[in-house]
Design a protein around this ligand. Structure first.
Ligand SMILES: [Zn+2]
Length: 344
């Protein structure tokens, strides 16, 4: 079969790899119908050291079950399913607490002999716990929005939820990438009436306004902080959703949060330390967030998509075939595309 392999910075190839096949009784074999490129795939695309042997890549996909192992219940050949961005048994103590990203029997796509999502097919470990059935046909117009359930929409939701967004909290979202825009959508869904979106790409912040942002701040750094303070009577917002992962973004987050407020971060951190000394202490700021247990939220977020109330799939603005995946990476790295969807 064909699948995407990353060899180093700027070096993504689509190659022949061994066919995905069942190994364990808890596995399922899924033919990929849609996958996509994640903003976090751009970090290795920018900086991975070159090696002779590449790594499989891609952690967001939906597809059709072709075969199931003998220990898999509740799934059968022909089912359309979505996979969250880590696999998990969904039964251990961490999973029962809604923290499938810490599953005792789970793991990551593309590591330790597990297939990744940007390919023709995937062997899904712990299939019964990992996969969620989608009650639509393989040619449904809802597929892009349903695909966001694998990562960006639940990640935006995790950010808003851990920040404590509710109808009484004001919100600043930092970042106009797919996760930031999904965080706007999630904050709106949780009842926020005031959502300030910090981002400098007008086409993206325009979509953010359609998703529920009430104000857009295009300035960055000290100027951006000043603008948010102006909009909030000098105080900042109760919650700040940091959806970038760069040092400058987390520093901005602490400067635009209101005293007593909460900063939640879901951007994969590209920094080692966060300044949380006396200044943050004196202001009673809470720092929360982390990697999103997408699996925990899929059933909750699914109905709004099925019933057409929300369309997170609008973050996809370019479609590529599997062979065009390298160009898709480059388009996202160049900021020429917001998020690329792949039709194998
Ligand atoms: Zn588990």
């Amino acid at each position: 079969m064909r699948a995407t392999v990353i060899y180093g910075a700027g070096d993504v190839r689509v190659e022949n790899v061994p066919d995905a096949a069942l190994r364990e009784p808890t596995d399922a074999l899924v033919r990929v119908v849609r996958s996509c490129v994640c903003g976090s795939d751009l970090w290795p695309y920018a900086s991975r050291p070159a090696t002779a042997h590449g790594d499989r890549i891609g952690h967001e996909f939906l597809g059709v079950v072709e075969e199931t192992g003998s220990a898999v219940d509740g799934l059968k050949a022909g089912d359309l399913v979505v996979a969250p961005f880590v696999w998990a048994d969904n039964t251990c103590d961490f999973c029962r607490e809604g923290l499938q990203t810490s599953c005792r029997h789970g793991g990551n796509w593309g590591r330790d002999g597990v297939d990744a999502g940007q390919g023709e097919a995937v062997r899904v470990p712990q299939a019964q716990g990992t996969l969620v059935k989608l009650p639509v046909a393989e040619d449904s117009a809802l597929l892009p929005s349903l695909l966001t359930l694998s990562d960006v929409y639940p990640t935006g939701h995790h950010c808003a939820l851990t920040a404590g967004v509710n109808p009484r909290t004001t919100v600043t979202v930092i970042g106009d990438g797919a996760v930031g825009l999904c965080a706007v959508l999630a904050a709106k869904r949780l009842g926020a009436e005031r959502i300030i979106l910090m981002g400098r790409h007008k086409d993206r912040t325009d979509l953010g306004r359609e998703f529920g942002a009430t104000d857009v701040v295009a300035e960055r750094g000290a100027e951006g902080v000043e603008k948010v303070r102006e909009l909030t009577g000098g105080d900042g917002t109760h919650t700040v959703l940091e959806c970038v992962g760069l040092q400058a973004a987390i520093e901005t987050a602490f400067e635009v949060v209101r005293d007593g407020g909460t900063v939640s971060r879901v951007g994969a951190p590209q920094y080692q330390a966060v300044a949380a000394g006396f200044g943050v202490f004196r202001r009673n700021i809470t720092l929360t967030g982390g990697v999103a247990p997408a699996r925990a939220y899929i059933e909750e977020l699914l109905p709004d998509i099925l019933e057409g109330r929300t369309q997170p799939g609008r973050v996809f603005d370019r479609t590529v075939t599997l062979d065009e995946v390298p160009a898709g990476y480059q388009a996202m790295a160049d900021r020429a595309a917001l998020k690329v969807i792949i039709r194998p």
